[in-house]
Design a protein around this ligand. Structure first.
Ligand code: ADP
Ligand code: MG
Length: 340
């Protein structure tokens, strides 16, 4: 017997995961014998998500959130690093095992309209999912569809209507029902409420929280708006140009954002979600080109606190009061606590 118990594995963990795309590999570059440029969409990201928990992932458009979501969904493999599910790497598994695992992780997108077949009724769409995944025998599909619609708060009559006959919030509920039809344990919600009016946003968030309680679901909840995180996730990771710059319990993050980027996002979204219609980050300057990110800390050209070191050295991740932040403003090693 070993004396030290291994910590229980997280439901999902990424270890130093990166996803690079080649960009600018055009004819002019190859004639000039220059190698294609590399776009680091996700760069050395390590996060853990415990079963039944929600990790919020926030950052401006282009920061790499959806790419990380696709890696988690195993729609593409990472360029480097590892992804573990229940403590086991998802990479290099047999095709059948990968298929099984993919079923356990479903996605809800920003706009289910674009992914719902406009000519099919909700019943046809949901029955098709049940059929393809062999989740309910033909005789019980009808009943299962009714049950799914009830679960997401849609009236019975909804089953025989087509996508265009629903409001944005209702369509998002259909998107959730379609994900739930597969009986997943993990849902990647990629900007799932971002296109909705604020009052509808709150309703869909409440539904997602209720479903999490009832079904024990685990969420990776992606949004470019920090305010919605308060309503759904216990922990938040803030992403900027492919990297996690701050990772913290939501409550602490809202009380005192540590990273200047998080502080800027916070200023851009000060009001509770119910009072703001759309929130655009009030950050000065544009997001840099991810193909040639700024030297040192990627955020330094936009940072009001930038120091010399920020221009040359990417900050290592520091642990400050149990939260992690990649910023030179904080000491690299936590000073020893008095009395310890
Ligand atoms: P977010 O979801 O935070 O808006 P994305 O993950 O969609 O960010 O994109 C991150 C960066 O990666 C962007 O610069 C985007 O242009 C780039 N990118 C995403 N997918 C691809 C791809 N398939 N090929 C090339 N570049 C991509
Ligand atoms: Mg995205």
């Amino acid at each position: 017997m070993s004396g030290v118990a291994e910590p229980a594995p997280a439901l999902l963990e990424t270890r130093n995961v990166s996803k690079h795309y080649s960009a600018g590999a055009g004819l002019a570059r190859s004639l000039a014998r220059r190698p294609p440029e590399v776009l680091r969409a996700v760069d050395d990201v390590s996060v853990r998500i415990e079963r039944g928990e929600t990790l919020g992932l926030v950052g401006e458009s282009g920061s790499g959130k959806s790419t990380l979501g696709r890696l988690v969904l195993q729609l593409e493999p990472p360029t480097s690093g590892d992804i573990l599910y229940e403590g086991r790497s998802v990479l290099g598994r047999r095709a059948r095992e990968t298929r099984e695992l993919r079923k356990r992780i479903q996605v809800v997108f920003q706009d289910p309209y674009s992914s719902l077949n406009p000519t099919m009724t909700v019943r046809q769409t949901l029955e098709e999912v049940l059929k393809v995944h062999r989740l309910a025998p033909a005789g019980s599909r009808r009943e299962r569809v009714e049950e799914l619609l009830e679960t997401v708060g849609l009236a019975q009559g909804a089953a025989d209507r087509k996508p265009h006959q629903f409001s944005g919030g209702q369509r998002q509920r259909i998107g959730i029902a379609r994900a739930l039809a597969v009986e997943p344990e993990f849902i990647v919600a990629d900007e799932a409420v971002s296109a909705l009016d604020v009052s509808v946003q709150a309703q869909v968030l409440n539904l997602m929280v209720k479903l999490q309680d009832e079904l024990g679901l685990t969420y990776l909840f992606i949004a470019h708006n920090l305010a919605v995180m308060r309503h759904i996730s216990r922990n938040v990771a803030v992403m900027y140009l492919g990297r996690i710059v701050e990772h913290s319990p939501t409550i602490d993050l809202f009380r005192e954002p540590l990273h200047p980027y998080t502080q800027a996002l916070m200023k851009a979204a000060p009001a509770p979600v119910a009072r703001r219609k759309s929130i655009t980050p009030a950050l000065t300057g544009d997001m840099p080109n991810p193909i040639s990110p700024p030297s040192g800390c990627h955020f330094h050209p936009r940072c009001p606190h930038a120091m010399d070191v920020c221009r040359s050295v990417y900050p290592a991740t520091r642990v400050v009061q149990g939260r992690s932040v990649a910023c030179h403003l904080y000491p690299e090693v936590e000073p020893p606590q008095p009395g310890i």
